[in-house]
Design a protein around this ligand. Structure first.
Ligand SMILES: [Zn+2]
Length: 395
């Protein structure tokens, strides 16, 4: 929340308190001394506010605001504000005090439980948060949907994938959330997490079942397609593996660099490298990715010779300059140059190699986080499937 937001909320607290104070003072003159103290607190709080000390102002207002049915919402808002400002301990105290109030209205009790659960999650007290959220679930009120979202966050953090899937299913059963792409993608990734564990244990068929489940949530999930291709390849179903890998190329062309290794292995097993070369040539027309160029150049070199590969690379790189492509061209040229030129070229190749090693290969298209390896869950914004390979352009 920006400063303007904080000030607006605090000012609201001041005005609420002032009006309530006036009403109370008019009705009960015996409490005038008490009200004078409240006003004193308000002026102290206001003073903090004017001196740009919002944390002290929040503390003073909370002290001054008596908890009663009219001020519950203000307390809830001030508690959330404390949490956002990193004062989780204080936020917990405010929300606990609210929850302890006897005869709290159902909707306020749900809101307070949700807020307290968020406090606990922020403080890393996941067990306590889970307990509170399950209490909200049992009530079967509208707060249930928010509780489910927070429970998913908890189960994701604890890597309790089955529970995360159960909560996702409950949310997706609500027509308001049924088409939420982010929710569906996340649920598919939970299935992929289980599938990868099955693969590690050598349970190929069980992994396949999980992938089927993943496609049920998100049929174009790239990770699920890659895992399925891997299982098919392990089981010797090379044609089925190729089918999955081509599906990735069609649905998620930005992931083409991830499919080339397994594609080459499958075509090699089938003894059909000309078909692979044809596929790469077609792919290059649609997706000018340097990884395809390198794979193609290697194929051409094996099928014909270095000269044909050099000619192919020269032709391509003139139209689409790329540092990675240039390194490969140098690697092929060096053995053909005389000793002096060859050593200069080697030096040049080394320098570009060093530059490329520093380059980050993946980027989150939601928050911009860059990394050297592919993470399915962005470590920065915690969104699933948003990190994608970066295209190698000029450098
Ligand atoms: Zn991100």
């Amino acid at each position: 929340m920006d400063n303007l937001g904080i000030y607006s909320l605090l000012l609201l607290a001041v005005i609420t308190g002032w009006i309530l104070g006036r009403l109370t003072a008019r009705g009960r003159s015996s409490r005038s001394r008490h009200n004078r103290n409240i006003f004193q607190d308000y002026f102290v709080g206001l003073n903090y506010l004017l001196n740009d000390e919002p944390d002290e102002a929040i503390d003073t207002f909370i002290k001054a605001l008596e908890i009663n049915s009219e001020t519950i919402e203000t307390h809830l808002a001030l508690g959330a504000l404390l949490r956002r400002r990193g004062k989780v301990d204080k936020a917990i105290k405010v929300h606990q005090a609210l929850l302890a109030r006897p005869g709290l209205d159902q909707s306020f009790s749900d809101s307070t439980r949700l807020q307290l659960a968020i406090d606990y999650i922020s403080a890393g007290l996941l067990d306590r948060a889970e307990r509170l959220l399950n209490e909200v679930l049992i009530e079967k009120t509208d707060a249930k949907w928010d509780a489910l979202r927070h429970l998913i966050t908890i189960y994701q953090t604890e890597k309790e994938w089955e529970r995360a899937i159960d909560c996702s299913k409950m949310l997706l059963a609500n027509s308001a959330y049924k088409r939420e792409a982010e929710l569906r993608a996340a649920a598919a990734h939970y299935c992929c997490e289980i599938a990868e564990k099955m693969l590690e244990e050598g349970q190929n068929n069980k992994a396949k079942e999980q992938i089927k489940r993943a496609f049920g949530f998100d049929k174009s999930n790239v990770r699920a397609a890659l895992i399925l291709a891997n299982v098919e390849q392990r089981q010797g179903n090379f044609k089925a593996a190729i089918k999955q890998l081509i599906k990735v190329r069609t649905n998620n062309p930005e992931f083409v660099s991830q499919i080339l290794g397994p594609l080459a292995e499958c075509y090699e097993q089938l003894g059909n490298m000309p078909e692979y070369e044809k596929l790469l040539t077609n792919t290059l027309h649609e997706e000018p990715d340097v990884s395809v160029v390198l794979a193609l150049s290697e194929l051409v070199r094996k099928r014909a010779n270095d000269e044909v590969a050099i000619e192919f690379l020269n032709d391509y790189l003139t139209r689409n300059p790329s540092l990675t492509g240039l390194v490969e061209l140098l690697r092929l040229q060096i053995p053909k140059a005389d000793a002096q030129v060859g050593s200069n070229l080697s030096l040049l190749q080394e320098m570009i190699d060093k530059l490329l090693r520093k380059k980050l290969a993946y980027q989150c298209n939601h928050c911009g986080y860059e990394s050297k390896s592919l993470y399915w869950l962005c470590p920065s914004c915690q969104k699933w499937g948003r990190i994608k390979p970066l295209l190698d352009v000029v450098g």
